[in-house]
Design a protein around this ligand. Structure first.
Ligand SMILES: NC(=O)c1ccc[n+]([C@@H]2O[C@H](COP(=O)([O-])OP(=O)(O)OC[C@H]3O[C@@H](n4cnc5c(N)ncnc54)[C@H](O)[C@@H]3O)[C@@H](O)[C@H]2O)c1
Length: 338
């Protein structure tokens, strides 16, 4: 009895209540269309803290018990990346809709297997690419559709900080899903060529920093720098086009998006036989559009619930999740080559 009744509150469980999972617990506990019924985590102290704040929520140390006996219709999988496939698989096999944290899985094969399971059972399967729900990114998408940037030359993303250092994946699989998902979503294409170099500076046999270059079929190029070993915290995306540069700084709460109407492009032809142009440098306004203040995770959860209720695909669907995993796997392959 999931979805057709508009007044029905979707019974949701959260699996994994760590740094990030506890945000789901908070958001879902106050979502109008949701009844948060259960939380699972092997860490007893995390469950005790959930019970203190939400006494009505059932807690489980084993996600299989939550899936089997909590009466959930849907689950959020917010465990560490290496467990996503097994946990999501168990939920789908039990007939539950699933919202899986990024990175969706660690192989394309596992991602495809989950998609097949969900399709066979007509279940909603969504991947939590949070930045697709960030009001700044949504505004940038609208600006690009309006042609504000002109022809896009390149995208340049930087995501650096000290930590949080993962034990199961490298910095690319942990951090780059955000940038790759934005690139694929904004451009509507996947890269045809990938180059990457990375370094294991902490000597744990996993890359802690990487520089990634991408080339898309349209000719647009992209660069992503990720590091969890950098004292400078950056969360930036620049989109440089023929008419303007769009700069997104997720750490700038006052002006997260700025438009620089400055740039360079070909001007009048000097010699048509040789295709020589006089290049024109434009120096224009800098504009910061008003961005709605709304928590991306709340918008993301609403999309998950709406997709189940209305039998539609969410914005961040599992196919995009798999496309992102495919790019991450190719980045890993490019790293090995380099
Ligand atoms: N979308 C975003 O913006 C965003 C931000 C941060 C983290 N994440 C993602 O969220 C996931 C969790 O990250 P985190 O920072 O919370 O990690 P974390 O290590 O703090 O938390 C993971 C939790 O999962 C629990 N866990 C492990 N296996 C479990 C299982 N089988 N059943 C139930 N619980 C289990 C652990 O005990 C821990 O409490 C990762 O995939 C990460 O990439 C996404």
């Amino acid at each position: 009895m999931t979805t057709t009744n508009q007044g029905h509150r979707l019974r949701v469980g959260v699996i994994g209540c760590g740094h990030w999972g506890k945000n789901y617990v908070r958001v879902l506990a106050s979502s109008a269309g949701v009844e948060l019924v259960a939380v699972a985590d092997p860490a007893a102290d995390k469950l005790a803290s959930v019970r203190r704040t939400w006494p009505g929520v059932a807690t489980f140390t084993d996600h299989r018990e939550l899936i089997a006996s909590a009466g959930c219709e849907a689950v959020v999988v917010a465990t560490i990346a290496s467990t996503h496939h097994a946990v999501a698989s168990a939920a789908l096999e039990a007939g539950l809709h699933a919202l899986v944290e990024k990175p969706f899985t660690l192989t394309v094969r596992d991602a495809s297997a989950l998609i097949r399971k969900a399709e066979r059972r007509r279940l909603t399967l969504m991947v939590a690419h949070t930045f697709l729900y960030n009001p700044s990114v949504r505004r940038i998408q609208a600006l690009l559709r309006e042609g504000v940037a002109g022809d896009i030359y390149y995208l340049k993303a930087r995501r650096t900080h000290l930590g949080l250092i993962r034990e199961d994946v490298n910095a690319i699989w942990d951090l780059a899903p955000h940038d790759i998902s934005m690139f694929l979503h904004l451009l509507g294409e996947t890269p045809r060529r990938i180059q990457a170099v990375g370094r294991s500076v902490l000597k744990r046999g996993r890359e802690d920093a990487a520089f990634i270059n991408l080339e898309f079929p349209s000719g647009i190029i992209g660069s992503v720098v990720v590091s969890w070993a950098d004292a400078n915290k950056e969360r930036c995306l620049d989109i440089v086009g023929s008419k303007a540069r769009i700069a997104f700084d997720d750490l700038n709460t006052l002006e997260p998006v700025r438009l620089f109407y400055k740039g360079v492009g070909p001007g009048e032809s000097l010699d048509s036989n040789f295709g020589e142009f006089k290049y024109l440098v434009r120096d224009g306004d800098i504009v910061s559009p008003k961005i709605d203040v709304q928590e991306p995770l709340k918008i993301l959860c609403d999309d998950f619930v709406g997709a189940i209720r209305d039998h539609r695909q969410p914005v961040s669907d599992a196919r995009l999740g798999r496309d992102v995993v495919a790019v991450l796997a190719r980045i890993d392959a490019a790293l090995r080559r380099s």
